[in-house]
Design a protein around this ligand. Structure first.
Ligand code: SRM
Ligand code: SF4
Length: 523
């Protein structure tokens, strides 16, 4: 099937177990695993293959699994949220959920014996967790205010759903794309502020117009300016290397986006390097081949040539965080962004969010890549009452200027890669800094527990990446500090500026940076 994985000799451990049994095969074995229990299960099934159905063994909390859903464009209904709340509720103190940096949700405390029931419940409300981990395409991100924003150029919701349906066979699982060389991220943005961080995805579509005359498009389209997307490829973060996506020099019509995703993924699946997992993301294939050959191979799969990229894209706004109350394009309606501290939710919060969406809105709930929630379709007449709801005291529409932009990965509480504790520490640090300083603008601080960069420190104003350091003969939790990440218009990645600050010494260092570089003032 592939250039590099044609024989099973010399394959790395992951390629070997994938060749022996496809990850998706576990879908038919859930009842068996539930009956066996996690301790008696085959270890490869338990630790790896279960991730093909979104179930993650947590070595930090053995027997209490994490489930990663798929939330196309970050959108769910209140009934879906209700089901997710019921699932975590049964685990008492072990049960909670995290909104992720890919506009998605993960559930915690899951026991393997409950999986058959959980999957049945998911089915009743149209939820799926399939192919959300390991060598699969992750949750596909789109504009969190798609269809609500008067200034958007394209409503991404339908396209994101179509891509997910193609990749996952409508949530049932699709063996065509269940053995990629590595994980793969896709984002589509139709707004002006790049709310999805297009530049850090393996494949991204950003809005761009072509002049009808210039590209011989006049025959198919009557308008002068034709809407489509410029295509970016190869963006990724890993412990070894981080790259922003580069232009493929291709412009595609919305109706071709699904086919382009398929073509790129087929090329990646069949030719992507598989020998070394540290060198398997799409950019490594582009390096190996050169962009021209990669582009030609994708065209070959697509069965037609790309038009060259439009000269400029339409990302010309600073990035919005969507926290607060905003008018929708439809008169009389509003969307309200609630700040969810480090994305952490408990069952009672989830029931309450579902209720608020139902009572005040249209029952719809949305997630952002900043791990927050947007409730759309709240009418002018209900808005004032909505704003008096007690939940908004904790999930504020007007948090402090550091708090509102805080992002944090899972960290040591549940993740065995973590070198430091993140979420609780991040919250405590922000509180202390807001007590000591005043701010005139938000400062985006992102915490990530290890160099895998799930908390995206490279896109932050100040990124904090977990590490270990030595001080007075002791090993301590520490951070490397990143700065210079720019999001929205002219997005680019930040770089490491200070290394190995022990977490116990971090507060004065951050205080200094906030004063010198972001105009903060001591109170
Ligand atoms: Fe991630 C692995 C959590 C977004 C790069 N990531 C993991 C694992 C699965 C490791 C593990 O098994 O413990 C973490 C699960 C911990 C847990 O219990 O929650 C984990 N990643 C997360 C989440 C939950 C962070 C968060 O708090 O929001 C995000 C889930 C997104 C989702 O819904 O699918 C998450 N991870 C990201 C991102 C950000 C993004 O996509 O914009 C990145 C960097 C971008 C990228 O992938 O290019 C990211 N995660 C990684 C990597 C490094 C990938 C690589 O090529 O080396 C790993 C390690 C790996 O895959 O081997 C990883
Ligand atoms: Fe775990 Fe590291 Fe990802 Fe944080 S960055 S969730 S610690 S793998």
């Amino acid at each position: 099937m592939t250039d590099t994985a044609t024989t099973t000799t010399n394959l790395n451990k992951f390629e070997k177990f994938k060749a022996e049994k496809d990850g998706l095969a576990v879908k038919g074995e859930i009842e068996k695993f539930a009956a066996l229990g996690w301790e008696a299960m085959d270890e490869i099934d338990r630790d790896h293959r279960l991730k093909w159905v979104g179930v993650f063994f947590r070595p930090v909390t053995p027997g209490k699994f994490m489930m990663r859903l798929r939330m196309p464009n970050g959108i769910l209904t209140s009934s879906q949220m209700g089901v997710l709340a019921q699932v975590v509720q049964r685990y008492g103190d072990d049960g909670c959920a995290d909104i992720t940096t890919r506009q998605n949700i993960q559930l915690r405390g899951i026991r393997i014996e409950d999986l058959p029931d959980i999957f049945n419940r998911f089915d009743t409300v149209g939820l799926t967790s399939v192919q959300s981990g390991m060598d699969n395409v992750r949750n596909i991100t789109g504009d969190p205010v798609a269809g609500l924003d008067a200034d958007e150029l394209y409503d991404t919701r339908e396209l994101v759903q179509q891509i997910q349906d193609m990749l996952t066979n409508k949530g049932e699982g699709n063996p065509e794309f269940s053995n990629l060389p590595r994980k793969f991220n896709i984002a589509i943005t139709g707004g002006r502020d790049n709310s999805v961080h297009a530049e850090i995805n393996d494949l991204a579509f950003v809005p761009a117009f072509q002049e009808a005359g210039e590209q011989n498009l006049a025959s198919v389209h009557s308008q002068q300016k034709i809407f489509g997307f410029n295509v970016l490829v190869g963006g990724f973060f890993s412990a070894k290397r981080c790259e922003a996506a580069i232009p493929l020099n291709a412009w595609v019509l919305p109706e071709d986006v699904v086919a382009v995703c398929r073509a790129v993924l087929e090329v990646f699946r069949d030719h992507g390097p598989r020998a070394n997992r540290q060198k398997s993301r799409l950019m490594w294939l582009i390096d190996q081949w050169g962009l021209e050959k990669f582009r030609a191979e994708v065209e070959n799969r697509l069965g037609k040539s790309f038009l060259p990229a439009a000269a400029k894209d339409e990302i010309d706004w600073e990035k919005r965080d969507h926290i607060g109350v905003y008018k929708q394009k439809e008169p009389g309606l509003n969307y309200v962004g609630l700040h969810i501290p480090v994305g952490r939710l408990y069952a009672e919060d989830m029931f309450e969010i579902a209720r608020l969406a139902q009572v005040y809105g249209s029952g719809e709930i949305r997630f952002t890549v900043e791990q927050n929630i947007v409730l759309p379709n709240i009418s002018d007449s209900r808005l004032a009452t909505f704003l008096t709801e007690p939940l908004l005291e904790r999930f504020s529409i007007d948090p402090g200027l550091l708090t509102r932009s805080l992002v944090s990965c899972t960290g040591a509480q549940f993740c065995n890669f973590a070198l430091i504790e993140t979420k609780n520490r991040a919250l405590a640090m922000i509180k202390a800094l807001e007590e000591d300083l005043t701010f005139t603008k938000p400062v985006r601080i992102h915490w990530t527990g290890c160099p895998n960069s799930c908390g995206q420190p490279q896109v932050a104003d100040i990124g904090l990446m977990g590490t270990k350091t030595r001080k007075n003969g002791k090993t301590l939790e520490a951070v490397d500090i990143y700065m210079g990440g720019k999001v929205g218009k002219d997005a680019h990645l930040g770089t490491c500026v200070i290394k190995s600050i022990p977490c116990e010494d971090l507060q004065p260092v951050l205080q200094d940076l906030l004063i010198k570089s972001f105009g903060a003032k001591p109170r």
